[in-house]
Design a protein around this ligand. Structure first.
Ligand code: GDP
Ligand code: MG
Length: 436
């Protein structure tokens, strides 16, 4: 969608002056791009009609920058279509009960973990996860693993076949153990069917959740909208979670769901890591669709992970030439905490498209870590003592070649130099330039 819209808007922005025919043409191309991206035809048609009226009304024709003005109009319409503003979740109730519904594979279990993590770390809650997928034992284990990663307990009942009872028992357990939020992960099926709908309806009826969230895979396009409709008819849910927005996804679902089921999108899931969850901001999504990149989210995530105390210590070390491999490891961990590298880079304007097909994985760090772990504490503190003999020993320990050690030493050296430079007057200048 992004590429096609880019093209449609590029046609118009390339021109100094445009005519009424150009506007009509551009609008038609935008509509085609939207429909191609699985936006419901009627929704696309209404949107582009409004864009056209506005474009002519605001007199794009005589504007000095018709392309920019046109982009702004499309942007504003997209924002409107996606609901205008961010809508949070309702955390009333003691405990707050949140029901997670959706098809199998949509990302419910992963999202349940992420939501628990979000509520625990950012909203100061004490969540309890509940495994209600009674059909697939593996699904229960999956939730247990996620719970373990984020230190959130998972309520399960071995051998039970009734999700409503499990959920009810879980709520009682939560009350007895001071959990203020209960997140109920449910079973899904590959397609909408009666049994699944009856089951989830019954769970919904029994536990009366404060918040019912419908999870949908953004890569399923137009189907996502049909699924949303079916679940909304059954549950009258409160919000939508769009998952897998890190993939080569079409924006269509995000654009249509809101206008078809009239429910807000509340979260977007952008990766498999527990931190890869963002609140949904229509503004940012519109920017992203129009190729501006989700810079604001990127900066926010980076800020969250950035520990100021650590940074101060690091500055001192660099100044005193005491930066060692332990610090290097810490840096790597910081980067890893920020979520999947590719997700992050994809948020930078212009980069998303360029790296679409490039494999970047956290595994890239594994070898580096293995090498550093094979060093003695002394070697990590004072890398300058690492001679050939020591290099050989480290290489053996890490199962790498001596060239790999040399390469890492070189990278480490360069990083040290760069960081020194960043602290000098030159670096300050550069940072100022970048922040502009
Ligand atoms: P469920 O059947 O609805 O519970 O779906 P799961 O949570 O088990 O997710 C199905 C698959 O999609 C798993 O392999 C997840 O790791 C993956 N997944 C879930 N959310 C995301 C996401 O936002 N991005 C990516 N890339 N993968 C995801
Ligand atoms: Mg699941």
């Amino acid at each position: 969608l992004q590429e096609k819209l880019d093209k449609a808007l590029h046609n118009i922005s390339g021109r100094g002056k445009i005519t009424e025919i150009n506007v009509a043409e551009t609008v038609k191309e935008i509509r085609r791009a939207l429909v191609d991206a699985d936006v419901n035809y009627k929704v696309a048609k209404d949107l582009t009609k409004r864009v056209q009226d506005k474009a002519l009304g605001e007199n794009v024709l005589t504007s000095l920058t018709p392309g920019q003005l046109m982009t702004k109009i499309v942007h504003d319409e997209l924002v409107d279509l996606m609901g205008g503003s961010q809508e949070g979740i309702n955390l009333s109730g003691k405990p707050t009960v949140i029901l997670i519904a959706g098809l199998q594979g949509s990302g419910k279990t992963t999202f349940s973990g992420k939501l628990a993590n979000y509520l625990q770390t950012k909203r100061n809650k004490k969540p309890l996860l509940v495994a209600c997928d009674v059909y697939r034992p593996a699904a229960i284990d999956q939730l247990k693993v996620l719970g373990g990663q984020i230190n959130v307990p998972v309520f399960t009942e071995d051998g039970s076949t009734n999700p409503s009872t499990i959920a009810e028992n879980a709520i009682n357990f939560a009350k007895a153990n001071n959990h203020d939020v209960v997140i109920v992960d449910t079973a899904g099926r590959l397609a909408i069917d009666e049994q699944m709908m009856n089951e989830i309806k019954s769970v919904h009826y029994f536990i009366k959740p404060q918040e019912t969230l419908f999870v949908v895979d953004s890569m399923t396009g137009q189907d996502a909208v049909n699924t949303a409709k079916a679940f909304n008819d059954a549950l009258n849910f409160d919000g939508v979670v769009l998952t897998k927005l890190d993939g080569d996804t079409r924006g269509g679902a995000a654009l249509t769901i809101r206008s078809v089921v009239e429910k807000p999108i509340k979260f977007i899931s952008t990766g498999e890591k527990m931190e890869a969850l963002d609140l949904f901001y229509p503004e940012r999504m519109a920017d992203r669709i129009l190729g501006m990149g989700d810079v604001v989210s990127l900066v926010e995530r980076a800020q969250e992970q950035f520990d100021e105390e650590e940074a101060k210590k690091l500055h001192k070390k660099i100044a005193k030439n005491e930066f060692g491999f332990d610090d290097f490891l810490k840096q790597i961990n910081q980067i890893k905490k920020m979520g999947n590298m590719k997700d992050l880079m994809g948020m930078i304007p212009g980069v998303g498209k360029a790296i679409k097909d490039v494999e970047i994985s956290d595994d890239a760090f594994k070898h580096i870590e293995a090498i550093i772990y094979s060093m003695t504490p002394e070697e990590r503190r004072r890398p300058s003592i690492i001679n050939t003999q020591r290099k050989n020993r480290i290489a053996k320990g890490a199962g790498r070649k001596i060239e790999d050690i040399n390469q890492l030493m070189k990278q480490f050296d360069q990083m040290g130099k760069m960081m020194k430079m960043m602290q000098g007057p030159q670096g300050k200048q550069m940072m100022q330039m970048m922040s502009k």
